[in-house]
Design a protein around this ligand. Structure first.
Ligand code: ACO
Length: 402
């Protein structure tokens, strides 16, 4: 029999912390988060103030460079991003190779990874700060184009090229929704709602996808390879995929007669794998400050667009029941950012399969800032330890004796 205690003793001093519930992986000066008090700040600025007063590109600059830009710095940053919005025509052939039912997250991570081939200089781990900055501008500029093209692939429509007269969000919306057959005009209410959502998603310290970006980058893999890894980590339903899962859940509840209590019972039943999507958070144990902002934004956007979405009523019903239910109270489970974001995405016409892609566009500046910080701090390669619990040394068994 294997002597686990002996093996453990022989492994030396290793702490085991599955899911890193109590293990810090780095020091960071980017995002401050207090889960007990529900505080979130980027570079010292509160999320509430940034969501109200800033724009997504300004927040991107702040996260990546550490300070708010002057008017001139911001103009310069924006104009450089606009300059790089086009993507190489050969990326279209890569896109054409995907089946039309490919999930846009898989398409997006592949297209981002392909940038390493189009910009091989990005692979040089010792490139100049200027070179790194160029890679950063390129990915910020190209991700919305690639995201909109992934969607066009999904619906079998021709892709739209960027319109650089438009701002970041309007340009994305036009690439998503304009058809050769009509005259698409971006609704400023929609563009501004999207901008706010992106700000709220822009960074969240060492979450699963960000830790992935840092871990991939710690081997000195390129920015594009690291971001592609982050997109894949974000895809899962326990992380960024939750926003898609929330709407699917709300639709299922609606189709099933709208009985909120029935689904609450399922969520509490330990023999049922069902979880209330959009509830709970590893760090926020009081409330998620982003959820508060988003809930209000959802009400505003729906009112401005004159939309009456029954799904929103189901969401509010679930929240009300959950907030007074001992199961949820004891476990400190509150609605997270994704509980309401899907409702706004739906209201502004973003299809469900693109929800997690929207999250990726929002989280991009955070991933970049974290990757850059890790490289600038000269952090070592990430390489966790383990405690081996497998078989002890044993002789090889020839095939005829097995
Ligand atoms: N519904 C029902 N029960 C839940 C839920 C939920 N959404 N979330 C947690 N619980 C329960 C667990 O079953 C567990 O109960 P137990 O102590 O009786 O075993 C307890 O609450 C603690 O949950 P853990 O899974 O241990 O908490 P953890 O910190 O590992 O997970 C997570 C956090 C993944 C967010 C979890 O709450 C969850 O699965 N939520 C639903 C998915 C979701 O909304 N993800 C988005 C997160 S935010 C983001 O990525 C932007």
């Amino acid at each position: 029999a294997i002597d686990i205690a002996k093996l453990r003793a022989e492994s030396g001093l290793v702490t085991i912390d599955p899911g890193f519930k109590n293990t810090g992986s780095t020091e960071s000066a980017i995002t401050f988060l207090d889960g007990e008090k529900g505080i979130l700040r980027y570079r010292g600025y509160s999320i509430e103030e940034l969501a109200e007063k800033s724009t997504f590109l300004e927040v991107s600059y702040l996260l990546i460079n550490g300070e708010l830009p002057t008017a001139k710095e911001l103009e310069n940053f924006k104009s450089k991003i606009t300059h790089h919005t086009l993507i190489h025509e050969d990326i279209k052939s890569i896109l054409d190779g995907f089946p039309s039912n490919a999930h846009p997250m898989g398409v997006l991570s592949s297209l981002v990874s392909s940038l390493t081939a189009f910009y091989p200089e990005s692979l040089d781990p010792n490139r100049s700060a200027e070179g790194v900055n160029l890679s950063i501008l390129r990915i910020l500029a190209k991700l919305p184009t690639m995201a909109a093209w992934a969607y066009k692939n999904e619906i079998g429509h021709p892709v739209n090229y960027p319109d650089n007269r438009l701002d970041y969000c309007s340009n994305f919306l036009k690439m998503m929704f304009a058809l050769p057959t009509d005259d698409y005009k971006v609704d400023p209410v929609v563009a501004s709602a999207l901008d706010k959502l992106l700000i709220l998603h822009a960074d969240h310290e060492q979450n699963c996808s960000t830790s992935t970006v840092r871990l991939v980058g710690s081997s000195h893999a390129s920015l594009y390879a690291s971001i592609s890894g982050g997109i894949n980590a974000l895809w899962g339903p326990l992380h960024g995929g939750a926003n898609q899962a929330v709407i699917e859940m709300l639709e299922a509840i609606q189709a099933d007669g709208g009985d909120v209590k029935k689904y609450m019972a399922k969520a509490k039943d330990k023999d049922d794998p069902f979880r209330l999507m959009g509830f709970g958070h590893r760090v926020y144990k009081n409330f998620d400050p982003r959820a508060k902002i988003i809930k209000k934004a959802a009400d505003d956007v729906l009112a401005k667009l004159g939309i009456n979405d029954p799904i929103l009523e189901i969401a509010k019903g679930l929240e009300e029941v959950a907030l007074s239910d001992p199961y949820f109270i004891e476990r400190k489970l509150y609605p997270n950012v994704d509980f309401y974001s899907g409702i706004i995405y739906r209201a502004i016409g973003i299809p469900t399969s693109m929800f997690t892609v929207m999250f990726a566009i929002g989280r991009l500046p955070g991933w970049i800032a974290q990757w850059k910080e890790m490289r600038e701090n000269g952090e070592p390669i990430g390489r966790p330890r383990q405690i081996y619990t497998g078989a002890n040394l044993r002789p090889f068994v020839p095939m005829e004796k097995r």
